[in-house]
Design a binder for this molecule. Sequence first.
Ligand code: NAP
Ligand code: GLV
Length: 311
Amino acid sequence: MRILFQTADPANQDAWLRDLRTALPHAGIRVWQSGDTAAADYAIVWKPPAEMLQGRPELKAVFNLGAGVDAILKLNVVPDTLPLIRIDDGGMAVQVAEFATHAVLRYYRRLDQYERQARSNGGEWKPLPPFERSGFGIGVLGLGVLGQRICESLQHFGFEVSGWSRSPKTLPGVKAYAGSAQLNEFLRNARVLICMLPLTPDTAGILNRDTLSQLPRGAYLINLARGGHLVEADLPPLLESGQIAGATLDVFQEEPLPPHHPFWKDPRIAITPHISALTVRSEAARQIAEKIAALQRGEAVVGLVDRNKGY
Ligand code: NAP
Ligand code: GLV
């Protein structure tokens, strides 16, 4: 079996090769170099150049080394008939759940304000009235593999958790909304809005002045999905007016976030460099090996991207 491998992160290339070769000991795995047009049965990629995947009729499937497929679909080089398979959880669900839980509790316990007080004018010792849990509904945009895990984690703290997806869902303890017709109703109850959607033409720019204005006043935004979900220019005026009290952003329109971007200077915005969930190499390699074996046996696999939906 011939496997073509590429990663946009050359520093980890050798570690990936080691883990892939351990999981697929009988495969011939080669790193793609520009100009390599030799045949391959499978491609394993993360943010590949278009050239790598063009004109490869012999490929049986392409594996995307992450959950989001927006970057690879944007290239428009994977034919609709060629299976495109993404990482399904692979150790990322627990990471986004940890991250979202930390961010929610930081806001709910007003730790963001205490951090600012501690740093203001040499320190300010001022207990603030606690927030009521009942008025602190959590809304999760996206009830897929990752969004569902976030919902489960936050329920343990007694928060009212609601979620929004494309198709209707029944999830224990979660008030579920679906489709654009129910978006505003969902937003009206979300004191904290967590975005865990895939980036598609339908969801691009979904975090904007209009939608964020539907949230209760003093709401918090946590975007762990893609920078393209947020209309960045809409956020500063909402923070200024108090409609949004704080934002935790792990993803940005341009990454790395440029040095002079105004978000860096705003103490109400917590910034992390797209790390809310990292692909776990050994787990991803094992998952891909199992899926290749299933495909070879003619079986279905989870994580197959629906090309009509775009995720
Ligand atoms: P998933 O299992 O495919 O779930 C996607 C969810 O979004 C589903 O519930 C889907 O609804 C919903 N959805 C999609 N389009 C919608 C629309 N137009 N309206 C309403 N709901 C919509 O994806 P996942 O594995 O949870 O991953 C989600 C995203 O997280 C990835 O695409 C990636 O961009 C991002 N991510 C970020 C990081 C990071 O480090 N920052 C790490 C991993 C992933 P249905 O259930 O009805 O289909
Ligand atoms: C990371 O952002 C991923 O999509 O896996």
